[in-house]
Write a protein that binds this ligand. Structure first.
Ligand code: AHR
Length: 499
């Protein structure tokens, strides 16, 4: 029986709401025929953006959305996406299936989407095939209140600057973003970041393209050579990114999201929990160059990556999902919360119809389903901006293929209104976890308890059965004084709130 002791009086750092961010790339049906249906679509929309999806994203309080890539970003030229839509060029999306992109979605449209959701935009700028001038002008176009570029923006319908704060300086510079060495990229970063200018009331948060997986050397070189200006000694970077995907098995033979057996379940848990070791490693390197913890570790791509669903375009990365992915999401968010001193932004890949999406839509409009991962973001929403609480757990670790992962993983926080949220997951696919919880420093008053479990481990939300895997009220929580006990079903995620 795992025993958890939650210390209500030991509040730690604030959990930045931006670790619950999302990612939208011009890839498959994420933007086009996903978020964007167009103004003339029969699907209800607001200025082209799908209304039911926007409402679902508002519901989980999406704090930021990264765009336009991904690999696409280093092939994207922002001027293609402004001005009258019928005059915009049609470009080949070289990374993702060679489909034509008519640039119907450009800067104005994307920033309108962010305003509809109520989230901050996170723009990924082109370093691989772009220029410092192109980046400089994109920043000015978005953020300046006067000048020729501000006039051009106004002529295209937007007088006030958007004041976009979050800017990525390239993406996967070691790969699709230019095949650079860390040393070469660090030099490029300094050059590009110099011309990503602050405008009055719009200081930028510059995020360098970071490592993949456990490439700690990349982090070491980029922090050493680009964190601070060579002569000024002032910070040139506010964040350094990291990409880690949970790929179960060898890349070439990775399975589809379903079916799977218990071994397949455990492989996802064990692979996903690598995130903990990877974050620790990058954090330790960053601590050496930035002991004050000013630069954030920005995990701006994470999630499960399976083989695409049979019958779909393999370049579109469309996959189904199950409660296994929900547990993976909970495990990963727990890692971010546990490392929130350094991890202050993260982006699940990707928001709809691509990889571990929070929603799936039918082709060419029609119905939409929310995925089990959406449910996890809803359960975790109270952690946004709350203070992490000290939590001691004696849960054991399981081992699969030489990789360990916790049998039960939990995090807790205290919100400004005083309420406490405890989130936890049971990574065992077969046995329930009997939890004994003790709360110190406060009376235990249970306000709400919800659990996400599935009728079968491989059950999916489909257009015909959209709520097969859904959160339900959790019964059977027994409270006695300052302790509580409850049973977590096999392969489940839960959130308990104490007032
Ligand atoms: O999210 C899909 C792709 O994965 C992104 O375009 C790229 O950055 C990463 O390799």
């Amino acid at each position: 029986m795992p025993r958890l002791t939650l210390h209500a009086n030991e509040a730690g750092p604030v959990i930045d709401r931006h670790i619950f961010g999302h990612f939208a790339e011009h890839l498959g049906r994420c933007i086009y025929d996903g978020l964007w249906v167009g103004e003339t679509s029969a699907v209800p929309n607001v200025r082209g953006w799908r209304a039911d999806l926007v409402a679902a994203l508002k519901q989980i309080r999406v704090p930021n959305l990264r765009w336009p890539g991904g690999c696409f970003a280093d092939d994207y030229h922002w001027r293609d996406g402004i001005g009258p839509r019928d005059k915009r060029p049609r470009r080949i999306n070289a990374h993702w299936g060679g489909v034509l992109d008519d640039n119907a979605v450009g800067t104005h449209e994307f920033l309108d989407l962010c305003e509809q959701i109520g989230c901050e935009p996170y723009l990924a700028a082109n370093v691989g095939s772009g220029s410092p001038r192109e980046l400089r002008e994109w920043v000015e176009y978005c953020n300046a209140s006067a000048g020729t570029l501000a006039d051009e923006r106004a002529a295209h319908g937007r007088r006030l600057p958007w004041k976009v704060r979050l800017w990525g300086i390239g993406n996967e510079a070691w790969g699709c973003g230019g095949n650079m060495t860390a040393e070469y990229y660090a030099g490029e970063y300094r050059r590009f970041a110099t011309y990503a200018r602050d405008f009055p009331e719009a200081p930028l948060y510059r995020i360098a393209s970071g490592a993949v997986n456990d490439d700690f050397r990349w982090t070491d070189v980029v922090m050493r050579d680009a964190y601070k200006g060579p002569f000024s000694g002032t910070a040139m970077m506010q964040g350094l990114s990291l990409h880690f995907y949970t790929v179960p098995g060898p890349w070439e033979t990775k399975p589809t999201a379903t079916p799977f057996d218990h071994a397949g379940w455990k492989l996802v848990m064990a692979t996903g929990w690598k995130m903990d070791r990877i974050v620790r490693g990058h954090r330790a390197v960053m601590d050496r160059y930035d002991p004050a913890g000013q630069a954030a570790l920005v995990v701006d791509e994470w999630g499960a990556w399976y083989a695409t669903e049979p019958g779909t375009n393999p370049a579109f990365l469309y996959q189904q999902q199950t409660v296994r992915d929900a547990v993976l999401a909970a495990l990963t968010l727990n890692v971010f919360i546990n490392h929130c001193e350094r991890v202050r932004i993260a982006n699940l890949a990707q928001v709809v119809n691509v990889l571990q999406a929070v929603a799936l839509t039918e082709e060419n409009g029609g119905r939409m389903v929310l995925t089990p991962t959406w449910e996890v973001f809803a359960l975790y929403a109270p952690h946004q901006g709350a203070r992490r609480l000290a939590l001691h757990s004696d849960a054991k670790f399981s081992t699969h293929e030489g990789l360990d992962y916790p049998e039960v993983s939990a995090t807790a926080s205290a919100a400004p209104d005083g309420s406490i949220t405890l989130t936890l997951c049971n990574t065992d696919p077969a046995a329930p976890a009997e939890i004994a919880l003790a709360l110190t420093g406060r009376r235990l008053v249970l306000a709400d308890a919800r659990v996400l479990a599935a009728p079968a481990l491989t059950a999916c939300n489909t257009f015909d059965q959209p709520r097969a895997v859904a959160t339900k009220p959790m019964s059977g929580v027994r409270v006695a004084g300052d302790t509580a006990s409850f049973s977590l079903p096999p392969g489940a995620v839960a959130a308990l709130r104490f007032s």
